[in-house]
Each structure stands twice: as structure tokens, then as C-alpha cells.
Design a protein around this ligand. Structure first.
Ligand code: ADP
Length: 235
């Protein structure tokens, strides 16, 4: 298994965000974490990245305890946080060059090559010379995705990657995520049912900090159970 999450719990003060989550993810899956706002999806993702200490339980990435994996482990993961924090005053190419530097591409030519490849991969060629602040929301989201995949991570974690996009942008970003997921492992969160249907191999439904359903998408659809499972959430 690439990822083993075992019985994790997490509180923020009195607020319980995760109440005993266990999840195994093999290589090569696109997993959709589906659940209403406040279900615990972001908390689970930040815990997997090792950014957020959990109260109980363990998380292993490729056999490494994520609390001890440090930078070496995080270079094997890519993350697009919710709300896609970018530096609006930076130019697209300049920002991605900066990210490449963070990932250890030390020479100017190595960085330039990586940035060029990534810009092409996410379809940003026409926009690469612009400041990020001048881009549409869909293109900003591509920049966010570009910074997450630039170093070819084995595990890509995307927190609500398509929220706020118009239908055309949505289609394009979904296609990009799907193409990345053909060779890598992706965990993405959404509160929209159609998102998982469009992109994922497997659906993990989270509600109030617990996994209430975990099944291959095709099985849930065959049983007519996806909408049903989602409808029962949060009353
Ligand atoms: P989701 O990503 O599914 O919307 P979150 O993981 O963001 O859910 O939140 C799970 C629960 O934890 C929610 O009740 C949320 O209000 C709470 N929560 C999240 N972050 C914090 C925080 N920093 N401080 C206090 N409560 C938080």
C-alpha cells in the first residue's frame, strides 16, 4: 500500500474533526473524498501530508511514518490546498521557477526545463508571461495544479480542486487531474457528487469525521448507491 491511515482521531479544542479514520490506498488510484462541508476532509488531507499532528492513530506513506518523513517524504507528495494560495504579484513562470527551486532543482537550466515541461503539461503556455493576478480563476487553478505536480509526486493531494470554476474550466481541470491519475495516485476532496463520478476510481464518503462508505465507483453506481449514500449524509 502506498498509504496506510490507521484509526486517526483529531480534535480542535472541543471540536472533533476526525473520529477514527482508517483508509488504505494502493498505488495508481484516484480516490475521491466526498462529504459535506465540515466533514473532516481537509483535516484528513493535512494529516496525511504530515502538516497536522493527529491525536491518535498512525499514518504511513510508503512505510514511512508521516510525522517523521520530513522534507524528503514531502517531496514525494504534491498538494493543492483549498483556496489555492498563490503569490498574485509573481509572474507564472517566475512562481513556478521558485517552486522548482524549493524542490531541489538547483541549476537554472534544470529549473527552466522543469518549468517549461510543467507549463506545457497543464496548458499554461499562453499565460506563462503574465502576473498571476491577471489570470482567470481557471488559469489560476492550473497554476495551483502546476505547483503541485511540478516535481512529479507519487501522491497528489487536491483539496476541492474544482470549486468555483465555470463548466468549461471544470472540464479542463478534471481532464488534467484524470491524466495525472493514470500514472500516479491522487486523493481529492469535494462536496459535489458529480466530481467523483467524473474523475475517481474509488469513493470514500466522510461525514462528521467518520468514513461512512468506501467502495469502487463502479460498484456504487451499479448498486444505485452513490446518490443514496450521499443523500443520507447529515440528515
Ligand atoms: P471539510 O474539509 O470536510 O470541510 P474540515 O476538515 O475543514 O472539513 O473541518 C472538520 C471540522 O473541524 C469542522 O467542524 C471544522 O469547523 C473544524 N475545524 C477545522 N479546522 C479547524 C481549526 N483550525 N480550528 C477549529 N476547528 C476547526
Amino acid at each position: 500500500m502506498l498509504l496506510e491511515v490507521h484509526s486517526i482521531t483529531k480534535h480542535y479544542g472541543p471540536q472533533k474533526a476526525l473520529a477514527g479514520v482508517t483508509l488504505s490506498v494502493p498505488k495508481g488510484q484516484i480516490v475521491g473524498l466526498l462529504g459535506p462541508n465540515g466533514a473532516g476532509k481537509s483535516t484528513l488531507m493535512k494529516s496525511i501530508l504530515g502538516y497536522l499532528p493527529t491525536d491518535e492513530g498512525t499514518i504511513h506513506f510508503d512505510g514511512i511514518d508521516v510525522r517523521e518523513g520530513g522534507d524528503a517524504m514531502r517531496h514525494r507528495m504534491g498538494y493543492l490546498p483549498e483556496h489555492n494560495p498563490l503569490y498574485p504579484e509573481m509572474y507564472v513562470r517566475e512562481f513556478l521557477d521558485f517552486i522548482a527551486g524549493l524542490h531541489g532543482f538547483n541549476t537554472r537550466s534544470a529549473r527552466a526545463e522543469k518549468v517549461r515541461q510543467t507549463i506545457e503539461r497543464v496548458g499554461l503556455t499562453q499565460e506563462a508571461h503574465k502576473p498571476i493576478s491577471a489570470l482567470s480563476k481557471g488559469y489560476k487553478q492550473r497554476v495551483g495544479l502546476a505547483q503541485a505536480i511540478l516535481h512529479d509526486p507519487e501522491l497528489l493531494i487536491l483539496d476541492e480542486p474544482t470549486s468555483g470554476l465555470d463548466p468549461l474550466q471544470l472540464k479542463e481541470i478534471r481532464a488534467l487531474i484524470k491524466s495525472f491519475g493514470q500514472s500516479r495516485t491522487v486523493i481529492l476532496s469535494t462536496h459535489i457528487l458529480q466530481e467523483v463520478e467524473a474523475m475517481c476510481d474509488r469513493v470514500v464518503i466522510i461525514n462528521q469525521g467518520r468514513i461512512v462508505e468506501d467502495a469502487p465507483l463502479v460498484d456504487l453506481i451499479a448498486q444505485g448507491g452513490l446518490e443514496q449514500a450521499f443523500d443520507t449524509l447529515a440528515g
